[in-house]
Ligand binder design. Structure first.
Ligand code: 5RP
Length: 229
């Protein structure tokens, strides 16, 4: 799909999802280019329509964008739960299993998601797949001993690659951890893989979000499609 069309579909999904946000809610705000459109629309509604809600973000980037509109952002520990969280995703299959973390925010994203009463993903239709795994699976790893974790992943055939920035330095998450991307091509048993990853010492969290999402809003040519889990 060409970039311009993809951005249009992301924007339409983001604008549609913004309609779910009501006055007084506590709203988890995800991270990524699709969420940027969501936050732009929420910022517009905040300023033009007087929409008032409390936001909890999944990255410092999203905090900065939301606060630039004047949206009230609080610490996750200042709220009891999120009424609703809206986030992007890198892949999603028919069983509502997905991969997240392309933007290195998977840890905060998973913490916010697990403390949310309702959880929505916004994607363009290119993110819908039969089998997840073509998108490299991000794993957040503590810097100390990362080389040993990578060796363990290599021995298991997970094809790990330490994520680097443009200057060749390891990308740091908001928790100052590293991201190791697993080039698996396909993941036939995501539950088993998730269990193996989370039991690896040094791994903080992984980007498998299995059957966690309640709704997926898919940007399509025409109206966005709403899939309910
Ligand atoms: C960040 C994420 C993003 O939600 C995911 O990478 C999708 O990003 P985009 O909307 O830019 O395609 O998980 O960690």
């Amino acid at each position: 799909m060409d970039q311009e069309l993809q951005n249009k579909l992301k924007k339409e999904a983001g604008i549609k999802a913004a309609q779910y946000v009501k006055d007084g809610m506590v709203v988890g705000l995800g991270t990524g280019s699709t969420v940027r459109y969501l936050v732009d629309e929420l910022g517009r509604r905040w300023q033009e329509e007087g929409l008032r809600f409390t936001g909890v973000t999944t990255s410092r980037r999203t905090t900065a964008q939301a606060e630039s509109y004047g949206i009230k952002i609080v610490d996750i520990d200042d709220v009891d739960h999120m009424d609703l969280t809206i986030d992007g995703a890198d892949e999603v299959d028919k069983n509502f299993n997905g991969i997240k973390g392309g933007g290195a925010a998977l840890l905060w994203e998973k913490i916010v998601a697990t403390n949310s009463r309702h959880y929505i993903w916004i994607v363009d239709h290119s993110k819908q797949v039969d089998t997840i795994g073509k998108f490299p699976l991000p794993v957040e790893v503590i810097p100390f001993g990362v080389g040993h974790v990578i060796k363990q992943f290599e021995a298991k055939g997970y094809k790990p690659v330490l994520r680097l920035d443009k200057e060749g330095k390891p990308v740091l998450t908001d928790e100052n951890d590293y991201v190791v991307d697993l080039h698996l091509e396909r993941i036939d048993n995501p539950e088993a893989l998730a269990a193996d990853l989370i039991n690896t010492v040094g791994v903080v969290e992984h980007g498998l979000f299995l059957n966690m999402v309640d709704e997926v809003i898919v940007g399509n040519e025409g109206e966005p499609l709403v899939l309910t889990n």
